[in-house]
Design a binder for this molecule. Structure first.
Ligand SMILES: [Zn+2]
Length: 482
């Protein structure tokens, strides 16, 4: 028997081969949900089969297809590839470290192919070689490693989200102790360092990732947490579940999301080095005794779903509006304070109900006189606005606006001051209501909020001889959510 020998291909040469294949024009930018994207999946699948990687079921069916419907794209069919390298420790092997990279990019726009060499053929190639090395060194692994090639990152982290949902549905999510997203790692030389964001989420994270301790010659910059509000990577769906995550990248020096992001520009020596480093880091993480989680999560990754309770206090101004008369009441200072309860359906939409004490008043001109005689109307009430809140809340910070209705229970109200002789008795409506809208800003626990209240019901009880009137209120509050 005589076989054809291709010689020994080095890791650096393999990285170059993967990258030139994945970022070649024939794959037309690997857009999610297209045949071009599936060609990239086919390539990764072939490589995994050749190296003898197994799926979680122990065979070579790595494909985890999923569909997702979105407003912009309708129903799409996508596919993650997932493989499993079992750890050698009888107890710790039930804990997983996920190492993943998205293989999709943005495809063709106009007549330009966006090859996405750095984003993210680089991470995909890197993870291919990480898997090969870990497979060879599996006896050193204590925890198990899950290798993921995600589809549809570029259109909204669909692939990583689908994987988290799969783990959740198969009761394996709690077994994931660390997740690493390798995204854009082809520009080491230009950046001069490899950046790891999220070391603060790992117990003794800084020591764990130290290249000296890992015996790899590489310059690493660590950031405690992912902070950018504008960029997201596949760490996010895991981090939102409280799993420690590392976003691994050589930064944004490459022609990010431009047709010029090509294989010729990639630093293959750097990519080779990054691969060795991440292999050493994964092994060290798999061997680390005790919990991997520090218990800290980036602000940006805090789950904002569910109930929030807070206190608010504020000042405002109010005035009486007489729809059938030519004069309006003058504005005067009012104040509010009380409880806020908000239910957040997601980071973008919530329902808020407040229960606030409110004092509003409005000076009136005595007939024929000027203002300032110390005469007017007032109300002490329980003010209950129920509003839908829409906004953007990233990193616990954001802006929002809301609208809805309010109800008041007036427990004391009527004329105050030097009531001119001859005024009829003042009976105020005990249960007025109307519409409310607000705009505000959230900074972590704090909130600055401006709300307009517009009474639709009459301020005075009808049939007591007083003109039709509504009270309008504008209130600025400072709130604190616990
Ligand atoms: Zn990317």
């Amino acid at each position: 028997m005589c076989g054809v020998s291709y010689g020994q291909e080095s890791q650096r040469e393999r990285l170059e081969r993967h990258l030139y294949t994945l970022a070649s024009d024939s794959l037309r930018g690997r857009a999610a949900g297209t045949e071009d994207g599936q060609k990239a999946a086919d390539y990764i699948e072939r490589e995994w089969k050749k190296m003898g990687l197994k799926s979680m079921a122990g065979d070579s069916n790595y494909r985890m297809p999923f569909s997702r419907t979105s407003l912009q794209r309708g129903k799409g069919e996508y596919c993650n590839l997932v493989a499993f390298i079992e750890g050698s420790d009888p107890t710790m092997k039930h804990e997983y470290i996920v190492v993943g990279a998205h293989y999709d990019h943005v495809g063709v726009m106009g007549d330009k192919i966006y090859n996405g060499a750095d984003d993210n053929a680089s991470g995909s190639s890197c993870v291919l070689e990480i898997a090969r090395q870990l497979l060879a060194k599996r006896s050193q692994l204590k925890r198990s490693v899950v290798i993921c090639a995600y589809d549809a990152e570029e259109i909204g982290l669909y692939g990583s989200t689908a994987h988290v949902n799969h783990l959740k549905n198969s009761f394996q999510l709690s077994q994931v102790k660390l997740m690493m997203s390798v995204d854009m790692v082809g520009w080491y030389k230009a950046d001069g360092e490899l950046t790891l964001e999220g070391v603060g989420t790992i117990a003794d994270g800084k020591d764990l990732v130290d290249p000296k301790a890992l015996g790899v010659d590489i310059k690493v910059r660590t950031k405690k947490y992912e902070t950018s509000m504008l960029t997201a990577t596949d760490t996010e769906p895991y981090a939102l579940k409280g799993i420690p995550t590392l976003a691994v990248t050589t930064g944004l020096k490459s022609p990010y999301h431009k047709p010029e992001d090509d294989a010729e520009l990639i630093d293959y020596d750097g990519l080779d080095r990054v691969t060795d480093y991440l292999v050493a880091l994964t092994i060290a993480a798999s061997q680390k005794e005790g919990a991997l989680a520090s218990g800290h999560v980036a602000r940006k990754h805090r789950d904002l779903k569910g109930f929030e309770i807070g206190l608010a206090a504020g000042l405002g101004s109010s005035n009486l509006n007489f729809p059938e008369a030519t004069v309006d009441g003058k504005s005067a200072l009012g104040f509010s304070g009380g409880l806020m309860v908000q239910y957040n359906f997601s980071r973008y939409i919530g329902m808020r109900i407040n229960a606030m004490y409110n004092y509003s008043h409005c000076p009136l001109p005595a007939s024929g006189d000027a203002y300032g005689k110390g005469y007017g109307v007032e109300q002490h009430s329980l003010l209950v606005p129920l509003t839908l809140q829409l906004g953007v809340r990233e990193s616990g910070t954001g802006i929002y606006f809301g609208f809805g209705f309010f109800y008041q229970h007036v427990f004391d109200g009527g004329f105050y001051g030097d009531i001119p002789a001859g005024e009829p008795a003042c009976e105020v409506d005990k249960n007025p209501g109307g519409i409310a809208w607000n705009i505000g800003m959230r900074l972590g626990h704090w909130q600055l909020d401006g709300t307009w209240y517009y009474q639709l019901s009459d301020f005075f009880e009808t049939a007591n001889g007083l003109p039709k009137a509504h009270m309008n209120m504008y209130v600025v509050t400072i709130g604190y959510f616990f």
